[in-house]
Design a protein around this ligand. Structure first.
Ligand code: ATP
Ligand code: MG
Length: 634
């Protein structure tokens, strides 16, 4: 089959095989993009009703647009070969991830669970029951986003009488709800049950009922209670046991009613895990002092004096310890005088991140705070949002366009710019109330706009090596000649003359004349380079694919690779002074440096999404946006 063409899809390779057929990676010759094509095996097509039902399902599914659901593009029907065309997701299925790692940590499992719940919860509000949630139908893309596959496909399969048995693999009963086993109509709560089993498997590496024959497994779903995870594994918070027991409850009355109910418990637990309270209330034993006639007894007196003695000894020891520590500190700081500040890990771990309410689930690609309270963000499908109250609430300025917007920047409180797909440049002069389109003479995609401080010069970079320049505060833009055709993602200047642009395939361009000409630097890496930031006129950081961090100390003349301890795609970098910097990762991680980018320490944002853009308000608060619309702050 490889190499053959079905309609306009050329089969490139096999991605996997399931109960319904083989899934191919295919190239869509019309739209010039890769897709996943599931060719249904003949036994899935036995029932003539199936095709009509299947087409109806595919049409319905096209209505599901959510960052955590793999979209179905359509179907193919070519000489009795029937296929489902889906978005091709480059990544790893949850099934494979669990097999590879044995099992996942509580935090990782919760973060994946959360995204499954967001996707399935959304589908439920649109009236869809998935019916077949299991780790092989969940894929985590290379940016760390969780995507649910095979939506509704099972419905048409199972509803076509006569093929239920042949179309079902043993694997399916492992995740089946008691209602489904009793052949009742599955409901939203049936999906919650299957999600519960999937969560159990993430944590422990095993499904709760997997011993015995298919019949015995079905019996267990109907009658048995699963072992508590905390009895199988160490360090499991008791809330996880509670969540699982409520999600897997046989009684529909006691089971979570909605994904939102379950999500609330997950969020609460995540907040607890990521912000452990330092002084949890520990029950203290009530100490009573025995008295005789209102005066302390002899026993009480002896206890008092021995406690006082102990206290004095402890105090003395403490004093001695403080003295030694302080004197050693002075000694070592004198020895280190003139050397660079070391990473202060305590200070770094002091950053506590929390997810705040967002009005969208579309990917937010850029965020920009202009003072302590007003901030803007833009993203996919034309979304533009604004806050006037430090991110407490966000209003939607625009939400109706098919164009993805990639960067937003403001020159003043009134004047701002947005750039995006199809040569889009938008400008506002009234704090985002209205936006005018500025002509760009190109239909390339723009990824970054950079306004050079204290000048009227600005730059836009994008696909096909595009570099645009403005010398009139962004009112008009002209194409500059570019030494590359690669996608350009980021730009920063170390001073008013020296600038660096970074992009695909390790591309680094440099200018020494305020961007009048750009030269290609020697290739340093094959990784894509997504963002660059100069912390001062010498020190700059570039971040990119597979955890790549490059650092310069001489304004971009030489670059040195820095160990990031990360294999994620790194998307964005900023410095809030010349020491303290932040890098965002594709699996929800935030790397922090306190020594001008020489060392980076990773912390979890509490979100498993790809973190895309970061901004600091004038009050020193950090705001981060991500590809599932979540907004994170400290
Ligand atoms: P079932 O038939 O019960 O759903 P399954 O989920 O294991 O079982 P398939 O849905 O046929 O089987 O998928 C087989 C494999 O193909 C998946 O495990 C995954 O690796 C790959 N795959 C499926 N859809 C996609 C996709 N849209 N993008 C990338 N890989 C995919
Ligand atoms: Mg599947």
């Amino acid at each position: 089959m490889i190499g053959s063409i079905i309609e306009n899809y050329k089969l490139v390779s096999v991605l996997g095989e399931g109960g319904m057929g083989i899934v191919y990676k295919a190239f869509d010759l019309k739209l010039e993009r890769y897709v996943a094509l599931k060719i249904l095996s003949p036994h899935a097509l036995l029932n003539p009703q199936f095709i009509a039902r299947f087409k109806r399902e595919a049409k319905n599914q096209a209505k599901l647009t959510h960052p955590n659901i793999v979209p179905v593009y359509g179907f193919t029907e070519d000489n009795h070969t029937f296929g489902i065309v889906m978005e091709y997701v480059e990544g790893e299925t949850l099934e494979h991830l669990i097999k590879r790692k044995g099992h996942l940590s509580s935090n990782e499992s919760l973060l994946i669970l959360k995204q499954i719940l967001l996707g399935i919860g959304y589908a439920h509000t649109k009236g869809f029951v998935h019916r077949d949630i299991k780790p092989s139908n969940v894929i985590i893309n290379n940016e760390g986003s969780v995507k649910i596959m095979d939506f509704g496909i099972s419905k048409s399969i199972h509803e076509s009488k006569g093929i239920t048995k042949t179309g079902t693999k043993l694997g399916t009963v492992l995740y089946m709800s008691p209602e489904q086993i009793k052949a009742l109509e599955p409901t939203n709560q049936s999906d919650i049950y299957s999600i519960g089993i999937t969560f159990y498997e993430m944590l422990s590496g095993k499904t709760p009922f997997e011993d015995g024959t298919e019949f015995e497994i079905m019996e267990a779903h109907l009658k048995k209670n699963p072992d508590k995870i905390s009895s199988v594994l160490d360090n499991i918070p008791t809330q996880i046991d509670n969540i699982i027991s409520k999600a897997l409850n046989k009684s529909l009355v006691k089971r979570y009613q909605t994904c939102d109910d379950l999500l609330n418990d997950v969020d609460e637990l995540l907040v607890g895990i990521n912000n452990p309270s330092p002084n949890r209330k520990t029950k203290r034993k009530e100490t009573t002092t025995e008295t005789t006639n209102g005066r302390p007894s002899l026993g009480a007196k002896i206890r008092f004096y021995s406690m006082a003695f102990l206290f004095i000894c402890l105090f003395g020891l403490l004093f001695y310890f403080v003295y030694i520590t302080v004197s050693q500190f002075w000694k070592s700081s004198n020895e280190n005088r003139g050397m660079n500040l070391a990473t202060n890990s305590n200070e770094i771990s002091n950053y506590k991140w929390k997810v705040i309410a967002s009005p969208t689930s579309k990917s937010l690609n850029s965020i920009c705070f202009i003072n302590d309270s007003v901030g803007y963000s833009c993203g996919d499908q034309g979304i533009v949002i604004k806050t006037n109250d430090r991110g407490n609430s966000w209003i939607i300025l625009n939400d109706s366009s098919s164009i993805n917007l990639y960067d937003i920047k403001f020159l003043s409180t009134e004047t701002g710019f947005i750039v995006g797909e199809k040569g889009t440049i938008l400008k506002t002069n009234n704090s985002g109330q209205t936006w005018q389109k500025i002509n760009a003479d190109t239909s390339n995609t723009f990824f970054k706009i950079y306004l050079l401080r204290n000048t009227s010069v600005g730059f836009i970079v994008g696909s096909n090596g595009t570099i645009l320049k403005s010398i009139d505060e962004g009112n008009s833009w002209f194409n500059e000649s570019s030494p590359t055709n690669e996608i350009l993602f980021g730009i920063s200047f170390s001073d008013s003359n020296n600038g660096v642009i970074v992009g695909w395939d390790g591309t680094i361009l440099k200018s020494t004349n305020q961007g009048q000409t750009w030269n290609k630097e020697n290739k340093f890496t094959d990784k894509y380079l997504r963002d660059i930031y100069f912390a001062d006129d010498k020190t700059g950081i570039i971040v990119g694919g597979s955890g790549e961090i490059l650092r310069t100390e001489n304004g971009g003349n030489d670059w040195e690779k820095i160990n990031s301890n990360s294999y994620s795609g790194l998307y964005s970098v900023i410095f809030i002074n010349n020491k303290r910097g932040f890098v965002l990762g594709s699996k929800g991680e935030i790397l922090v440096s306190s020594n001008g980018g020489k060392n980076w320490k990773s912390s979890s944002s509490g979100s498993y999404a790809s973190l895309i853009s970061i901004s600091e308000s004038t009050a020193g608060k950090i705001y981060i946006v991500s590809n599932n619309g979540s907004i994170i702050t400290n």
